[in-house]
Design a protein around this ligand. Structure first.
Ligand SMILES: CC(C)(COP(=O)(O)OP(=O)(O)OC[C@H]1O[C@@H](n2cnc3c(N)ncnc32)[C@H](O)[C@@H]1OP(=O)(O)O)[C@@H](O)C(=O)NCCC(=O)NCCS
Length: 432
């Protein structure tokens, strides 16, 4: 059981994520089997929570397995290149499956969420004819009958639902301008909606925990290029991986692949640093790493304005070159967007935290805190027992990170001699 302090701490850590997700559009694909999963209630409660935290949700539900089980046992299922040939009976089963699932999702999201902190909260769900499709027609001699591909998404229609503070629910059925009803792939639909509406995230929930490397280890985050290079054995997962990659190449900020089997996986993916499944992103995901000599130009670009404003002590290029191994950075699009350094004073068991900076465009999302935590870990690995910092403008930020004010005489002797009385920095320290 989490004690109150841990609970409050955990809650604080979610702050940057709550802030980052508010007002964003997430397209969530409920894969085959999700609606039969024992976790369905929890999953929908978690989605309700996202809705109340200000996330705009579009749900797309997969019906393939529901169609299979609705068809008579002796009905031939014809699949060519992973696409089903939809005959009249299959189309009727597709309509039934979509309608039943739609009603089930609407019912569960109307439940007033008993036994949860969101008790009696009401969520409006709206569905509609947002998918324009065209028949696949005849390919390599196979007539796909009522199977279609997505031609257009009614972006205004979906956006109007989201603007109305409702959840948009989309079934894998499309309508042709000629009045034909067509069965379309749910993952293609989710992808098309995410791209058309400019979603921030396309989240595929299916049976797999996420993508795995060749040793079977879960990959937490990867670029489109490395996701594409993975050999994925399961055909369904391969389809979802490809859809996530295509969506990310067309402007969706992040694709996520995770399981509906594990309780809380969705929230873990969205509100924790490590996540629960695989995150795919267009650009290399920001990662903290030790700085290298090639990073100096970019670090200088970041810290020069802060040196000029007096927030940071001036460092020459030569000094930076000598001290680069003390620096950790966060890189994005090949550019350093945050940095921080740890200078160990091994003989006294203390370390100085210095040059903590985040580019103004990227502040307020926990980046400096992330780097500070990495450096505190590094200090602990170096067997240091405390860290201190000298700052002129960010005293309160460090106080919030668990530092306390200290007197100059508490600094290591070597540092006391360098202490610049004119700069009159505040001195803060904290245990490692
Ligand atoms: C201080 C600094 C590194 C924080 O970077 P960041 O990546 O935005 O930090 P985090 O996201 O972890 O923390 C942001 C929170 O700290 C608060 N904060 C930022 N600077 C602060 C300051 N000087 N005093 C008090 N709080 C501050 C922000 O308001 C934000 O709180 P909020 O989310 O409640 O709005 C950044 O503002 C900076 O580069 N400042 C100039 C350089 C500097 O003074 N460095 C310290 C000397 S070593």
């Amino acid at each position: 059981m989490m004690d109150t302090e841990n609970h409050i701490n955990w809650f604080r850590h979610t702050g940057p994520y709550i802030k980052a997700h508010r007002g964003r559009i997430f397209v969530v694909y409920l894969g085959n089997g999700a609606l039969e999963s024992p976790n369905l209630m929890t999953l929908l409660h978690d989605m309700a929570l996202l809705h109340f935290l200000g996330v705009h949700l579009v749900l797309v539900h997969a019906t393939r397995e529901a169609i299979d089980s609705a068809l008579p046992k002796d009905h031939p299922v014809v699949l060519k290149e992973g696409i089903r040939v939809t005959d009249d009976l299959t189309l009727a089963a597709a309509c039934d499956a979509a309608a039943k699932q739609q009603v089930q999702i609407e019912r569960l999201l109307s439940m007033g969420l008993p036994n949860t902190p969101l008790k009696a909260a009401q969520i409006r769900v709206m569905a509609g004819n947002f998918v324009t499709a065209r028949p696949i027609g005849i390919r390599k001699g196979v007539h796909y009958l009522h199977s279609g591909t997505v031609r257009r998404i009614d972006v205004k229609g979906v956006q109007a639902i989201l603007d109305n503070d409702a959840v948009a629910l989309i079934s894998p059925l499309g309508y042709s301008p000629a009045g034909e009803l067509l069965s379309v792939s749910a993952s293609d639909t989710a992808e098309a909606v995410a791209v058309a509406i400019g979603a921030d995230k396309l989240i595929f929930l299916d049976r797999h925990a996420g993508l795995e490397d060749e040793d079977g280890n879960l990959i937490r985050q990867c670029t489109i290029a490395s996701a594409k290079n993975l050999s994925v054995l399961d055909e369904e997962q391969r389809r979802l991986r490809d859809a996530a990659c295509r969506a990310c190449s067309q402007g969706v900020t992040r694709g996520h692949l995770l399981t509906f089997h594990r309780k809380g996986a969705l929230l873990e993916e969205l509100f924790t640093h490590d996540g629960a499944g695989t995150l795919i992103a267009q650009d290399p995901y920001e990662q903290a790493r030790g700085a290298e000599i090639d990073d100096i130009a970019s670090i200088m670009e970041l810290i020069r304005p802060l040196e000029e404003s007096g927030a940071l002590v001036k460092r020459s290029r030569e000094r930076l070159e000598e001290e680069i191994h003390h620096f950790s950075i966060l890189e994005r699009d090949g550019r350093v967007i945050a940095c921080a350094a740890l200078y160990p004073f091994a003989e006294t068991g203390a370390g100085e935290i210095a040059c903590v900076a985040t580019h103004p465009d990227y502040r307020g999302a926990g980046r400096a805190k992330q780097l500070l935590n990495e450096l505190i870990l590094k200090a602990s690995r170096l067997s240091l027992t405390e860290v201190f910092v000298l700052t002129t403008q960010s005293t309160h930020w460090f106080l919030e990170q668990g530092f306390e004010l200290a007197a100059p005489k508490l600094l290591p002797i070597a540092k006391q001699q360098l202490y610049n009385w004119q700069r009159n920095s505040a001195i803060l320290k904290r245990a490692v």
